[in-house]
Structure formats: C-alpha cells, structure tokens
Design a protein. Structure first.
Length: 288
C-alpha cells in the first residue's frame, strides 16, 4: 500500500497534468475557429479568380493543352506535433492510396511531405519524400510555406511534371475530420472548356486588355496559392479538432485517476488513524 506522502504527490501531479490538458483544450478550440475562418475567407476570392479564368477562356486568349502526363507529385499534409490521435496516420494512408492509384495509371509518382510526422511515416512505408516542409505553428506562417510550395511546383512543372495532388485531413460534419485528395494540376482543356461554358453571373462579360499569357501566369499563381493555402489551413483546423478530441479523452481519464487516488488517500488515512487509535487503546489496556 502506498504511503500518504506518495499519494499526495501523485494527486498533485495529476492535478497539474489536468490543468495542462484543460489549457490545451482551450487553445485547440480557439485555433479551430481561427483556421476555419482563414479557410473560409478564401471562398469569395477563389470565386473572383475563377471568374478571371472564365473571362480569359471566353476571350480565346489562351488554349489549354490536352496534355500527356508521365510524372506526378503528391503532397501529403500532416502535423509537426503529436497528441492528435490518428490524424497523421489517416493522412499517410490516404496519401499512399492516392500514390498507388496514380501509379496504376502508369505515372511516376514523387512524394512531398508537410509535417515532420508525415515524413517519418512515409519513410517507414518506403516512400521517402523528395521535398519536405515544416508545418507553421500559427496562421501567420501559412503564407510563407505556401509561397515556397508554389515556387517549387512551378520549377518542377518546367521540368516536365504535369500533375500535382495534395492530400490532407479536412473537416467532416459527422466524423470530425477525414482525408481529402485534391488535384491542383493539370489545368487541362476539359477544365478550361467547362469554365468558358458556365453562365456568367452578370449582364456584361469584362473585356481583357492585357496579353493572354500575362493574365494566365497571374491566374495560375493565384490558383496554386488558393488551393494550397486552403489545404493547409483546413488541415490545421482538422489537426486541432483531433487534438481537442484527444485532450477531451485524456481529461476524462485523468479525472477518473484523480478520483481513484483521492479515494485511496482517504482510505489509507482512515486506516492509519484506526491503527493509531488501536495502538492507544492497546497501550491503555496494558497499563490498566
């Protein structure tokens, strides 16, 4: 049986740990809303960029190629930190599945990773990432990593890579979060024809007064930025959803443990008092 001092120390440690878990729960709840709003803010801007594409294709400024794909890049987004349940495992499983599907189409697949835990898991699966990016800790760090990704994508595209996918965990209404596989490139002929054929929301279609190649280049970078920024922001929101759920389960377990320790402390203290009283009575009887 543990001594009273040992039980008191364990109760104090458990109480301190419970305080940390509650703080992490609060931070996760705040971060969820923070990253949700960041992802939502892209929706209207993405619509503006899509209208830009529509105007470009309606004007006949650029014709997209049908394209023959032989190489693909698959970016899997996860986390640098733990304590988020099966969050990274689900992302890696979805990434490996997407890679298998691309290889079945006779594409040579290169893996990229965002998040130290994703990189380690991909390496363990025999798919060592050719490029790795650390996940930002705050919303302010999302734009720099997205700009780096856009630059590398443009460089690899010049080297003949036509297809890019990003796999990440996004929010799910019923399950909390689930894997999403988004195709970022190619911008193919079918996609362009669909945008050009969609009904224009206004009465007059804007006129284009800049060269088609220049407009395409600017829209292309904005397209990449929107897709990648949205993926990372949504992934970070889902990460905090996973962490909130993990911390909620940990909080319940810690509270149960503390209640058990307190019950043991009370029982041990009562036993100690009872033993002392019995010793006093035994001593009194011996004197009488």
């Amino acid at each position: 049986m543990q001594t009273l001092d040992a039980l008191q120390k364990r109760i104090k440690t458990t109480t301190d740990l419970l305080s940390v878990v509650k703080t992490m729960k609060s931070l996760a709840a705040v971060n969820i809303r923070h990253f949700e709003r960041a992802a939502q803010s892209l929706v209207q801007y993405a619509q503006v960029v899509e209208h830009g594409w529509s105007v470009l294709f309606r004007s006949g400024g650029v014709m997209l190629p049908a394209g023959k794909e032989s190489k693909a890049v698959l970016l899997t987004v996860g986390s640098d930190q733990g304590m988020c349940g099966q969050f990274n495992e689900l992302a890696v499983q979805a990434g490996l599945k997407a890679g298998k599907q691309l290889r079945e189409r006779d594409l040579k697949v290169s893996f990229w990773s965002a998040g130290d835990r994703i990189r380690a898991m991909l390496e363990d699966s025999g798919k060592e990432p050719e490029l790795h990016f650390s996940m930002p800790g705050t919303l302010g760090g999302v734009a720099p990593i997205v700009n780096d990704l856009v630059g590398y994508m443009a460089e690899w595209k010049r080297q003949g890579v036509e297809r890019f996918h990003v796999v990440y965990n996004g929010q799910h209404e019923h399950e909390g979060y689930s894997p999403i596989n988004n195709r970022i490139l190619p911008l193919d002929k079918t996609w362009g024809e669909q945008l050009g054929a969609d009904e224009w929301p206004g009465r007059c279609i804007p006129q284009v007064f800049i060269p088609g190649d220049t407009m395409f280049s600017e829209l292309f970078r904005q397209h990449l930025f929107i897709m990648l920024y949205g993926a990372i922001a949504r992934s970070m929101a889902a990460e905090n959803i996973a962490r909130l759920a993990a911390m909620h389960a940990a909080e319940k377990n810690i509270e149960d443990m503390r209640e058990e320790l307190q019950a043991n402390f009370r029982q041990t203290r009562q036993n100690s008092i009872t033993e002392e009283l019995l010793d006093v009575m035994a001593g009194f009887e011996a004197l009488v």
